[in-house]
Structures are given as structure tokens and as C-alpha cells.
Design a protein around this ligand. Structure first.
Ligand code: RIB
Length: 284
């Protein structure tokens, strides 16, 4: 169990289950529809919290009805501190299409997530001070992530960034990361090999490989975990759940345990629709 701050996005996910993905210009009818809470930041915070850590969450919602719903939902989840700023924008939303072969396509409109500025973080500096591990992703403004990386590292905190959705990050911030979490596509987008990233100064890379499992790589070690074979129905948010669970269990002395645990969590998440699956709280 760790003390974790997640700064990041929260969305309402509109999930359409379809037989096959629509082609350009095609209109199709969904087999079923569900509205759930999502956003990569919220998914990570949910996973870290439900797997037993003390979690603070800093996010922005809109002044619309969705914002009211999200605030109530987050308050019911029981984060230690949940600092949710209301902004004059709409709450983040995502259209998620999941096909019968469990592939997904996601379109987001960030709305209030784009207003999570460095000044919002500055007003909540106590959250950085009181936690040990800070989790970030790329659904809030890049300047905010850079600000947090600088401040958190000045204060000696552990910082992990999930490079999703993929976007470039200057070396001066990249090299300060304790952990860069990427999948193969994001790694390719970055245009640097794992060796180059480690040489630059990134302390560790957590590489997620979907069905093939995951790897944790530092200059000194490479630890691997195979993914469990399960009947996946929706892989949305599996990477977020994996990251939240990994850092919930994170212990520098036993990375294999964290990796195995996060893998079990992700394997449960993919068996249900939606990114936030309450059953993960039962995983030991
Ligand atoms: O990683 C999955 C998440 O991406 C969804 O919950 C959606 O909101 C988008 O942010």
C-alpha cells in the first residue's frame, strides 16, 4: 500500500458495443450502450484506490450535469483528498466503441480537463507534498505535467508518467522521470529506444504489451510477466488499471510482485465492460 497522488483527466465514457467497427461514411446500430466513468487519470486513481492504496486525486470537471455526477461519484469512492475544481467548460467525455473481437476505438473531448493548469496544481501543492508517488498521463495540458514533474522532483517524490495518448515530451522532463509507462505504439512514437531512454536518465520503463504481458526495465534489471489468458470482452482502461495497481503495490525491492499483481488486475478489467471494475478490490 502506498501514498499516491494522481493528477489527471476524468471523463464520462459513452460505451457503444458494436459487432464490427463502422467504416468511414457508414452508420451502424450498436448492440448495447453503457455510460460509465473514465478518463485515464480517474481510471488510474480508481485502480490504485481499490487495490488498497491511500489515493489523492486532482482533476477538473465542468459546471454541467456530468460534472455534478462525477463529483458525487468521486466523493463516494472515498479518496483521501479529492480536489476537484469546477471549470466553466463541459466535463470531459469519451465515445468508446468496443467490437465483438474486443478491439476498441476512443474519441475524447477534453473539456474541463484542458483547464487543469499549473496554477490549479500550485493551489494544491500540499497534495504533492503529502504523497510519495505521483502518477501522470497525457490527458491534461503538457505544461501542467512539466510543472508537476519539476515541483515533485524538487521535493524528492517518485514520478511516473503514462505516455497515453502519445505526445512528445522534451528531454529535460523525460530524464527526470522515475518511471515512463508506455505500450509499443507509444514507445515507437517517442522515437527513442529503451536503451536511449535509460541513457538519457529515465530511471525505469514499464512496457505494457497487451496479451503478451509486460516488462519492467532499468539499467540493472529486466523483469517480465506474462499476461493471463482470459476471455477479454473490453480492453478499455486495462492499461490504466495496470498502472494504478502496479504503483499501489510498488515496492522497489520486489518489482516482480507488483508486476504480477498489476497483471492480475488488468486481466480482470478486460473481462468486463468499462474501464473501472469494482471487482479488482477482491484481488490479492
Ligand atoms: O484509457 C481508457 C480511457 O481513455 C477511457 O476511460 C476514456 O475516457 C479515455 O480517456
Amino acid at each position: 500500500m502506498n501514498n499516491i497522488l494522481v493528477v489527471g483527466s476524468v471523463n464520462i465514457d459513452y460505451i457503444f458495443n458494436v459487432k464490427n467497427m463502422p467504416k468511414p461514411s457508414e452508420t451502424i446500430t450498436a448492440k448495447s450502450f453503457k455510460k460509465q466513468y473514465g478518463g485515464k487519470g480517474c481510471n488510474q486513481a480508481f485502480s490504485a484506490k481499490l487495490t488498497g492504496s491511500n489515493v489523492d486525486f486532482l482533476a477538473c470537471v465542468g459546471t454541467d450535469g456530468d460534472g455534478v455526477e462525477v463529483k458525487k461519484y468521486l466523493s463516494d469512492l472515498g479518496f483521501c483528498n479529492c480536489s476537484i475544481k469546477e471549470c466553466d467548460e463541459s466535463t470531459g467525455k469519451a465515445i468508446v466503441m468496443v467490437s465483438d473481437d474486443s478491439e476498441n476505438m476512443i474519441v475524447i473531448t477534453p473539456g474541463a480537463n484542458n483547464l487543469l493548469t499549473p496554477s490549479v496544481v500550485e493551489q494544491n501543492m500540499d497534495l504533492i507534498e503529502k504523497n510519495d508517488i505521483i502518477l501522470l498521463q497525457n490527458e491534461i495540458p503538457e505544461q501542467t505535467n512539466y510543472y508537476i514533474i519539476n515541483k515533485a522532483k524538487e521535493k524528492g517524490k517518485y514520478v511516473a508518467l503514462n505516455l497515453a495518448p502519445a505526445r512528445h515530451i522534451p528531454d529535460e522532463y523525460l530524464k527526470q522521470l522515475d518511471c515512463l509507462v508506455v505500450n509499443e505504439i507509444e514507445l515507437k512514437f517517442l522515437g527513442k529506444s529503451i536503451e536511449e531512454l535509460l541513457d538519457l536518465g529515465v530511471k525505469s520503463i514499464l512496457l505494457t504489451l497487451g496479451k503478451k504481458g509486460s516488462k519492467y526495465i532499468t539499467k540493472k534489471e529486466k523483469i517480465e510477466c506474462d499476461a493471463e489468458k482470459v476471455n477479454a470482452v473490453d480492453t478499455t482502461g486495462a492499461g490504466d488499471a495496470f498502472m494504478g495497481a502496479f504503483f499501489s503495490m510498488y515496492n522497489e525491492g520486489d518489482i516482480q510482485k507488483s508486476l504480477d499483481f498489476a497483471t492480475r488486475v488488468a486481466s480482470v478489467v478486460v473481462q468486463y465492460t468499462g474501464a473501472q471494475v469494482k471487482k479488482i478490490s477482491l484481488i490479492k
